[in-house]
Structure formats: structure tokens, C-alpha cells
Design a binder for this molecule. Sequence first.
Ligand SMILES: Nc1ncnc2c1ncn2[C@@H]1O[C@H](COP(=O)(O)OP(=O)(O)OP(=O)(O)O)[C@@H](O)[C@H]1O
Length: 228
Amino acid sequence: MAPILDIHVQTTLESPGRSFALDARFTSTTARTALIGASGSGKSTVLMAIAGLAPRVRGHVRIAGTTLLDTDHAVDLPARARRVGLVFQDYALFPHMTVEQNLAFGLCRLGQRPSEADRVRIDVLSRQFDLETLRGAWPRHLSGGQRQRVALARALAPQPHLLLLDEPLSALDTTLRIRLRAELAEMLERVQVPTLLVTHDPSDVEALAQSVVQLDDGAVRGPGFTAP
Ligand SMILES: Nc1ncnc2c1ncn2[C@@H]1O[C@H](COP(=O)(O)OP(=O)(O)OP(=O)(O)O)[C@@H](O)[C@H]1O
């Protein structure tokens, strides 16, 4: 059976006087994988490369047997066609859009109104993520936990094949982080979408991931471990 994640991404980031070479290769057979490593080791760049948002990436990205990138065979799907959901540390909700509009954003083509099917999907997600009473609310009026639920629901709206979470809990204070970690674990269990999670926090790894990949200066070191 194909691994859930089969990744080899190579790119060089360059700015005047500085360059960073990424050459990260790993596979994972678990539904939820943590990507760890020191600050600057290339974790976010790996996520961007998988999502199709990093420049000049070579290598391959296969998710449960589906190829998103294979530069040896001239396959390089654009970001929108990759069906990868992204959630950032600050959740990156659109401040000028209501909760419902944020959810619709991932579904509709730019400038188009949601179709009937989109509306049904938004209804389902609003129920699933307990957002029904918040559909008309603005992001600035939401709590940290509510924002996290909107960001996850928005990322999952187009039914992605893969969810990428970039330090989704690190902006929160300790009390909220503990509560939201438990909620996130429960949500990930429920939605059953393969997930790659960047984190610095061993408690996140323990609660949210079943295997670990460690990056060191742009490369994967060692085989990582798979939780029993
Ligand atoms: N345009 C660029 N030119 C040169 N180097 C860059 C450029 N953009 C990013 N980098 C460098 O690439 C490296 C990897 O960055 P990345 O954000 O992927 O690291 P990270 O592991 O996610 O870090 P953190 O944990 O601090 O978020 C860093 O050393 C960063 O300074």
C-alpha cells in the first residue's frame, strides 16, 4: 500500500547575501505526522512546497498515492488544484469577511457566489464545528478557540486530501493551548484527513501526532519515530 505521505522537496530560497537550501525527503504511514526541528530548519518551507506555494520546487509530493508534484515526469499541479488545506499560527482569517464568508472563500471561485452545493457544505461545516450562531460574526469578535474552529473549517471546506497545520496553537496562552489541543485532537480524529503538523511543543506531538519527522538545516535527520 502507498504511504500516506511520500515527500521529497528540494528548493533554494535566496535573498541578497543569503540563501537556504532545502532537501527534505520522508515518508509517513500514519494519518497524523509531526514535523519538528529548530527555528529556521525549514519546516514552514516544507509545508509551502507541499502546498505548491514555494518557488522552483523539485522532487515529488504524493499523498496516499495521488501525485501532486513529480518534476522528473513534468507533473506540478498548481496550488489550487492540489487540494491541500492550510492553517497558520495566527489562523489568517480574512478580517473583512464574516465567518460564513471565510468558510465560503475556500469553496467558490473568486468573485462568484456560492452554489447550492457550497451552501450545503457550509451548513454541514458550521454544524460540525459548532459555528452556527457565529456565521454572521467578524473574526475580530471571536475568541481564540472560535477562530481556530473557523480556520480549520475553512481549510477543510473544499474536502482536501491533506491538512497542513503550521504551529496552530503557538499563539495561544497556556490555558487556552491545553484546551484547544484537546479540541484539535478530537477534531482531527473526527475528520480523518491526513495531517502534517509543524510544532515546537512536545505536548502537541504527543497529543496530535502518531509519527515524527525531524528537520535539521533543511534536511531530514534520522528515521524519526512512530508512536506505538
Ligand atoms: N527569501 C529567502 N532567502 C534566504 N533565506 C530565506 C528566505 N526565506 C526564508 N529563508 C530562510 O529559510 C530558512 C527556513 O525558513 P522556515 O520558515 O522554513 O523555517 P522554520 O523551520 O519554519 O522556522 P520557524 O520554526 O522559526 O518558523 C530560515 O533560515 C530562513 O531565514
